[in-house]
Design a protein around this ligand. Structure first.
Ligand SMILES: [Zn+2]
Ligand SMILES: [Zn+2]
Length: 357
């Protein structure tokens, strides 16, 4: 099969012929239908997060089950599925206490020997390696896609929609009437914004440095926008709200913007870090602010319980209460993946998807 291989930091991806194993017990071979071009993969390409190479990246996808291994009961060949990038084991302490997104049995970098490049084993990325024509995944990672939801929309439920809406609904549990700020209006940030709108937030203040992204933020439910290239977002948010917001979401992945989120919350408020902050960056906040009961917390994968959360997100999409088509700014073929990432780096797109035959 064709797959986009990363050979090293800062190098363009190369389309290669990669061999994928037959599914073993509990495993499923999925023919990729659509794969999202997410910023998280770029962190690995640019080296702000480490990865073994060569590797096939990609972790936001949906497709059609091609083959199932022995004992698989959740899905059958022909089923349309979205693939969760944390394949919860169901048995560890995190899984049995309702936090499958922290599953101890689902390493971020998966099984080491199921993909082969020129006969040499390659690890799978996020247990899936979605920039490929086929993906070998755990049946636990598969969630059925209902009729009326195209695979390109389902793919985005696999990362950006779940991560953004879930940060609001699951991690922060934003109550109706709250004030919310969101720094970063890309694929994840726009979903934080529409998640806040769904939650009934009274005010949703979007912060970005690109005019096109602030326009998109309004379309997704922002009530106010701040161009951080023109004014200080912290002072502006504090001024607009008479002391700060209840919740501020960081959706870029920088220590600086995480600190800005903390500073723009009011007493008792929460800064929620959704973006992937490079592993070398420390986040620093004034300790005295804890006396005001301010907090800063992380949110991973929208605290998803995928078999519960992804179906309701797809149902809201089907009812046109959740925007996903509007997120998809461009469509590319796998062979155009480097162009898709160039467009992402330049801030030209909300989200791009790679479409497969
Ligand atoms: Zn992602
Ligand atoms: Zn587990």
């Amino acid at each position: 099969m064709k797959a986009a291989v990363m050979y090293g930091v800062g190098q363009p991806l190369v389309i290669e012929d990669v061999q994928v194993d037959e599914p073993r017990a509990g495993e499923v071979l999925v023919k990729t239908g659509a794969s999202g071009v997410c910023h998280s993969d770029l962190h690995f390409m640019e080296g702000s997060y480490p990865t073994a190479v060569p590797i096939v990246l990609g972790h936001e996808s949906a497709g059609v089950v091609a083959k199932v291994g022995p004992g698989v009961t959740r899905v059958s060949p022909g089923d349309r599925v979205v693939i969760a990038f944390v394949a919860s084991c169901g048995n560890c302490d995190f899984c049995v206490t309702g936090k499958p997104f922290l599953c101890a049995g689902s390493a971020a970098l998966g099984r080491g020997d199921r993909l082969k490049l020129n006969g040499n084993p390659m690890p799978q990325f996020a247990n899936m390696s979605a920039f490929a024509e086929y993906q070998l995944v755990s049946e636990n990672a598969c969630v059925h896609v209902p009729d009326g939801v195209p695979l390109e929309a389902a793919a985005l439920v696999g990362c950006s929609v779940m991560t953004g809406v879930g940060a609001v609904a699951n991690t922060a549990k934003v109550p109706v009437g709250s004030t919310v700020a969101v720094i970063g209006c890309g694929g994840v940030g726009l979903n934080v914004i529409q998640g806040a709108a769904l939650a009934g937030a009274a005010r949703i203040i979007a912060v970005d440095v690109f005019e096109n992204k602030l326009a998109a933020a309004r379309e997704f439910g922002a009530t106010d926008v701040i161009d951080a290239s023109q004014e200080d977002p912290v002072g502006k948010v504090v001024g607009m709200t008479g002391g700060g917001v209840d919740f501020a979401f960081e959706a870029i992945g920088l220590a600086k913007t995480a600190e800005q989120c903390f500073h723009m919350t009011k007493a008792g408020g929460r800064a929620v870090v959704v973006g992937m902050i490079p592993i070398t960056q420390m986040v620093s906040v004034p300790g005295a602010m804890f006396l005001r009961e301010k907090g800063i917390i992380g949110s991973f994968y929208g605290s998803t319980r995928q078999t519960h959360d992804m179906p309701w997100l797809m149902e809201l999409y089907r009812q046109k209460r959740l925007k996903i088509d509007e997120l998809i700014t461009r469509r590319y073929r796998l062979s155009e993946i480097n162009e898709a990432y160039d467009a992402l780096k330049k801030g030209e797109v909300n989200r791009s998807v790679l479409l497969f035959d």
